[in-house]
Design a protein around this ligand. Structure first.
Ligand code: BES
Ligand code: MN
Ligand code: ZN
Length: 480
């Protein structure tokens, strides 16, 4: 979908459909000229009660050549006093989905109603872009094509904002593609391949043997049960000569649980256990494209977690890069093992902050459903920045406490730590485990187990991989 800006009157702009966003119960007065040109048809659609302007309401009218656009789409925004950026984003998503369903090509967007708000009309376009994603590479049958282009009818210079929004949406698409791709194709090597397509970054891969030699015993212990080569991927982007921010993305390309095997029901979804890594890859692509003035070291400790003859077993004790020993209570708590060594690894670069993003616990989705990212950390100001980015992007985070009492949960009888604190409080004890490795480096943990996948279509997220974290982390990086 191509996005352009034109300073043109709606009635003289040729397009398949002109989108007219409307608030609830405000009549047609804002578009009285268009209404007049159309013989009062839009006004009648409203006065008859057919179109009420509730959020998501939609009415399509043919203009029969009375104005340049072939059709107008009345698109409801809900009550004016209730509007917020995400409502506008959702309205954009709904409009674009509707236009896809009827197969229109080019749209124009009137900014009369949304222009005067304190919210940029680009947010509406962002919703259009994000909603238009489909994952079709494994199907012959073609779905309806989405919008070819959307033109924002505005006199304001919003082209930079549009560029950034496009880059972020493209990055979310990349993350969704990587996550939706089944694990037989999206192996650790598949992630390497994806990383190597990124521009303006450098990519280094640490093979299993080297990882072992470096002392990453926790990460390597996860890889031992799989025949698929593990890849510890390090991507660097240097848009400014400052201390780096480290981004770590959980990259278990398939989580069977290992010897602590998961129940088979629903196991097919465990291809999404690399959604953290996918988000980080997306962020690297967009950060480079936007030339963000930041320095990022991204790490994807990629591996499968499978049961095999050489797999780690419950009760095994492994040595992490940090020098802490870990008793493996369950091989299904593998993410924290991989991330612990990734944290140990990035610390050597003296990062100003470490952010990890991971589908870490089932308990996260039990607590929050599909709606919220669980956030934990050791630095309030860093988390406050993340919260701000979350408010702007509606990739919502909510902080969980890391009280010292949780340390008890992960005390082992024979090692420094154990990798599971049991069912009660497991969302938090998993975070506490990582905290032990972050030490005094400012660190934030984002558990996206509940938000990285959706079983139902949402206004701007089709079902499947959501690409969560991409927009959040980009906004966070911009705020630094
Ligand atoms: N990848 C899973 C967490 C997960 C579960 C993500 C469901 C998305 C949906 C993680 O590796 C895991 O298995 N966690 C266990 C930890 C437990 C054994 C301590 C969990 O949460 O059940
Ligand atoms: Mn697991
Ligand atoms: Zn996992």
């Amino acid at each position: 979908m191509k996005v352009t800006v034109r300073d043109t009157k709606e009635t003289t702009f040729s397009c398949d459909v002109l989108i007219l966003p409307l608030f609830e119960n405000q009549g047609i007065k804002q578009y009285s000229d268009i209404d007049k040109a159309l013989g009062g048809l839009p006004g009648k659609t409203i006065s008859s009660g057919e179109f009420r302007g509730r959020h998501g309401d939609m009415s399509l009218l043919h203009t029969e050549s009375r104005i340049k656009p072939a059709r107008v789409l009345l698109a409801g925004l809900g009550k004016k006093e209730d509007i917020n950026p995400d409502k506008l984003r959702q309205a954009g998503g709904r409009a674009a989905s509707y236009l896809r369903s009827i197969g229109t090509g080019n749209a124009g967007l009137s900014t009369r109603t949304i222009g005067p708000l304190h919210i940029s009309p680009v947010v509406f376009v962002e919703g259009c872009l994000l909603s238009d994603y489909r994952f079709e590479k494994y199907r012959k049958e073609e779905n309806r094509k989405g919008l070819k282009g959307i033109t924002v009818l505005s006199g304001k210079d919003i082209s930079k904002q549009i560029k950034q929004t496009e880059a972020a949406a493209k990055a979310a698409y990349l993350a969704r593609d990587l996550v939706n791709t089944p694990s037989n194709d999206m192996t650790p090597s598949g992630l390497v391949k994806a990383a190597r397509t990124l521009k303006k970054v450098s990519v280094k891969v640490i093979e299993r043997k080297q990882a072992e030699a470096l002392g990453m015993g926790a990460y390597v212990s996860v890889a031992k049960g799989s025949m698929e080569p593990s890849k510890f991927i390090v991507i660097t982007y240097k848009g400014k000569n400052v201390r780096p921010v480290a981004l770590i993305g959980k990259s278990i390309t398939f989580d069977s649980g290992g010897i602590s095997l998961k129940p088979s029901e629903g196991m097919e979804k465990m291809k999404y256990d690399m959604a953290g890594g996918a988000a980080v890859l997306g962020v690297m692509q967009a950060a480079a494209e936007m030339n963000l003035p930041v320095h990022i070291i991204a790490v994807l400790p990629a591996t499968e977690n499978l049961p095999g003859g050489s797999a780690s077993k419950p009760g095994d004790v492994v040595m992490s890069l940090e020098g802490k020993t870990i008793e493996i209570i369950t091989t299904d708590a593998e993410g924290r093992l991989a991330i612990a060594d990734a944290i140990g690894y990035v610390k050597k670069f003296k990062p100003s902050a470490i952010i990890d993003i991971a589908t870490l616990t089932g308990a996260c989705s039990i607590a929050f459903g599909n709606e919220v990212i669980a956030m934990m950390g050791n630095d309030d100001s860093l988390m406050a920045k993340m919260k701000r980015a979350s408010d702007d992007t509606a990739e919502r985070v909510w902080q969980m406490p890391l009280f010292d009492e949780y340390k008890e949960y992960i005390k082992s009888d024979i090692a420094d730590l154990k990798n599971s604190g049991g069912r009660a409080g497991s969302l938090i004890s998993s975070g506490y485990f990582l905290k032990e490795f972050a030490g005094d480096v400012p660190w934030t943990h984002l558990d996206i187990a509940g938000t990285a996948w959706t079983d139902k279509d949402r206004p701007y997220i089709p079902k499947g991989a959501t690409g969560i974290g991409v927009r959040l982390l980009l906004e966070f990086l911009k705020g630094l």
